[in-house]
Each structure stands twice: as structure tokens, then as C-alpha cells.
Ligand binder design. Sequence first.
Ligand code: ADP
Ligand code: MG
Length: 255
Amino acid sequence: MTEATPLLDVQGLGIRFGGLDAVKDVTAVIPAGQITAIIGPNGAGKSTFFNLISGFYQPTAGTIRFQGEDITRLRTHEVVARGIARTFQTTTIYRELSVLDNAMIGHRVRTRAGLWDALLRTGRERKDEAESRAGAMQALERVGLAGRAHLPAGALTQEGQKRVGIAMALSSDPKLLLLDEPAAGMNPEETVNLMALIRELVTGGLSVALVEHKMSLVMGLADQILVLHHGQKIAQGTPAQVSRDPAVVSAYLGS
Ligand code: ADP
Ligand code: MG
């Protein structure tokens, strides 16, 4: 990888479901050390774009390169091992388990072992336990939850549970974190706190790409914005550039 190699480089990316181009011919670069927002109306293909990058879906066209390496055909755990982690639009935490256990499951599911190994604590799992615990605690510290590690995750507020979801992703120590609508269901105060957390993570060296439905929310946060509409990229630029782009304005008014 040279200086000029972007962190993530997507060329002509596409996936079809039946007759529908959920993502079509998307070419985009996600630079290191920045916050990139992917915005667009509902159904624009934002979550699908993340599903493609993270190996949940196999593209029907195009390539994905991460730090110069072709990762187009890799499976989810292989993508995680390269340094890309994600959260889901709907937070998937285990409410009865402790915050720490959740973060540890995040670590194990995302690295070597499968979900059953992680839940049942097989022999293979116990060997990895100490390492997982350390990784999970570090992730909890990064999201400000170290002091609540032993509470049941379900006892936390909505915002706290979102932070658990982020810690689950961070426990694999990614270089690039993909957040799918992290502020969904949050009130304005919680949203401000979340944005501060995202900024802190980036200051600490992480690169972040986040999907957001509401354009206003990312205006003060993102370094660059990609706009998807009907699966295609219709604009890319700084928040100021994108917000006065006629194609973007009409996509939002028309939706
Ligand atoms: P967004 O996250 O921007 O709201 P999505 O990426 O979830 O949009 O969906 C984009 C389009 O792709 C939608 O029309 C959706 O119904 C369709 N889609 C997404 N995933 C699948 C799937 N697994 N099978 C069929 N259609 C899908
Ligand atoms: Mg979505």
C-alpha cells in the first residue's frame, strides 16, 4: 500500500435482487482518518452497500479493495480479520447478558469462533477467554461503558445499548467501523452524545463510515458525504457541496 492507496476503494459495485438493482455501479473511496456519511432516502441501498462491503452479500458486479487488497469475495469473518467491523441498523445485543459478555461475544463471533462456541463456552473458547476479555474491556472503555461492564445490557438506556453494539464491533479492533443508522431511535441529546463519541473514535485513529437517513444529522459530523438514490451514487462531496447539489435536493424532496 502506498501513501495514495485509499483505505477502502469500491469500483462499479452492484447487486441485483430479482429485477431490482439494490446497488448499481457505485464507485467511491473511503479515506482513512475521516468520517464518511452515506445518506439517501429509505430504500436507496445504504444498508445493502454496507452488507456488500462487510461480506454479508456477494456483489453481482464490481470490486472492493481494502488497504489495497481485493476483498470482494471474502466472507464476513475474513473481512473482520482484515479490519472492517460493523453495527446493524437494528441493535442486536443480548439483553440478559452483561455488557462485558456482549462485548466478548462481539469479539469471539467476529474473530475465530462461531456464535455457538461463544455462547456455550467450548474448550476452544475458554482458551481465548482472557484475550477476548481484554479486547472487550478495551472496547467498553472506548465507548465509555467500562464502569457498567457487569450490568445486564438490557438495564442500559437506548443510547447505552447502542454503545454496547458499537463496543461489540470495536472489540475486533477494526481500522474501519461501519455504523448503520447509529442515531435511529435516539433523542436529540443522545444524538449529540453519540456524535461526540464518533468524533473521539476518529481522533483516536479510527476511520468511520456511517449510514444515515436524515441529512441534517451528518452535516456537522461528516468530512465527506456519499449520496445514494435508487441504488446509485448521485453525489459525493463535503456537506456544503452535497447540500446544495440539485440532484440531492430533488431526491430528498421527491422521496
Ligand atoms: P436503505 O438502507 O437505503 O433504506 P436497503 O439497502 O435496505 O435501503 O434496501 C435497498 C433496496 O434493496 C430496497 O428496495 C430493498 O427492499 C432491497 N433489498 C435489500 N436487501 C434485500 C434482499 N436481501 N432481498 C431482496 N431485496 C432486498
Ligand atoms: Mg438501511
